[in-house]
Design a protein around this ligand. Structure first.
Ligand SMILES: Cc1cc2nc3c(=O)[nH]c(=O)nc-3n(C[C@H](O)[C@H](O)[C@H](O)COP(=O)(O)OP(=O)(O)OC[C@H]3O[C@@H](n4cnc5c(N)ncnc54)[C@H](O)[C@@H]3O)c2cc1C
Length: 282
């Protein structure tokens, strides 16, 4: 590990001033990923900016939207009563990971850069990401935060070098209340998902409405399976329908990843399990 300078900042303004002065520095929040990277990295930054003291640790439940600060630990988000009631898929996605270290140390902002469990769930509930940089504040839909692979090969997310994630906004959609996350792993507990599925759908007068079905793990960035959503819309929950939606999701997954191997089977089973769970909970 090379020699590193360390700066702790206590306000967003100080964080932005520090990154203006040292554009190649890294922000560090919980350190769950960054510290490992710094240990292994030969060409890392000369300075780390510790943002763990910023006042971004609040979960605020508003009338139409719940706001989550970027430094809220994943654990706190998962166990928040309003989040469990209004966004069960978010809570389930965080608890689906086996590593307690990652749940307790890791912040929501740091986790967003992983494109894994939490990101998949956030797409299902139509979350928005709030960012601030040297040119001001902006808010973007979570879908826009993850550019399609190939769109900008040198950038994994829409976060610019000088930007800080301030937090998330979760709209109070009715379908988010009946949502489900299923993760299928192919290996030891700390491994990421081989395939995961997040579903949010309202059951209105006995039929599915406003279904959002998101695939993770098998694809490079979380991806909505629009075709599977269309299959569900306006139809009654039924074993045959679940199988039809699962087949449509598998088609989407295979069109995005040709070397999918055994994973389409995992996707199929995960979609069916998620739909069964969601129907039971409604
Ligand atoms: C053993 C282990 C198991 C794991 N298992 C899973 C899993 O099953 N599923 C899963 O989804 N993830 C998993 N993870 C990943 C984990 O979720 C991330 O390590 C964690 O969320 C990162 O959060 P952090 O606050 O520690 O970020 P840091 O490690 O502090 O930072 C990570 C990156 O995010 C940037 N960053 C952090 N906060 C901000 C901010 N507010 N604004 C701008 N940039 C920021 C940093 O600059 C850095 O590049 C695992 C990690 C470990 C170590």
């Amino acid at each position: 590990m090379k020699d590193l300078a360390y700066a702790r900042v206590d306000s967003v303004e100080e964080a932005l001033a520090a990154i203006r002065e040292h554009p190649d520095a890294w922000f560090v929040a919980g350190g769950a990923t960054a510290v490992d990277l710094l240990r292994e990295c030969v060409a890392g930054p000369d300075l780390v900016i510790d943002i763990s003291g910023l006042p971004l640790r609040e979960i605020r439940v508003g009338r139409d939207v719940t706001s989550v600060g970027a430094l809220v630990p994943n654990w706190d988000l998962a166990w928040h009563p309003a989040v469990q009631a209004m966004f069960p898929v978010v809570s389930q996605a965080i608890l689906a990971r086996a590593s307690v270290r990652a749940r307790i140390m890791a912040s929501v902002g740091g986790n967003l850069l992983q494109k894994t469990d939490l990101a998949v769930a956030l797409l299902a509930v139509d979350a928005r990401v709030v960012l601030v940089g040297l040119s001001g504040e902006r808010e973007i839909p979570i879908e826009g935060f993850y550019p399609a692979p190939g769109a900008a090969p040198n950038r994994e997310t829409a976060l610019r070098n000088d930007e800080l994630i301030l937090g998330l906004k979760l709209p109070h959609g009715r379908s988010a209340r009946t949502s489900r996350y299923v993760k299928a792993r192919n290996g030891p507990s700390d491994e990421g998902a081989s395939a995961s599925v997040a579903i949010a759908a309202e059951l209105q007068e006995g039929v599915f409405r406003e279904a959002r079905l998101v695939l993770g793990g098998i694809v490079a960035v979380p991806k909505r399976a629009h075709r599977a959503e269309e299959v569900l819309d306006g139809r009654e929950p039924h074993e045959k329908l679940f199988a039809e939606a699962a087949d449509a999701a598998v088609e989407v997954a295979c069109s995005l990843r040709r070397d999918a191997g055994f994973r389409p089977q995992l996707v199929r089973r995960a979609v069916i399990a998620a739909l069964e769970g969601l129907t039971r909970a409604s």
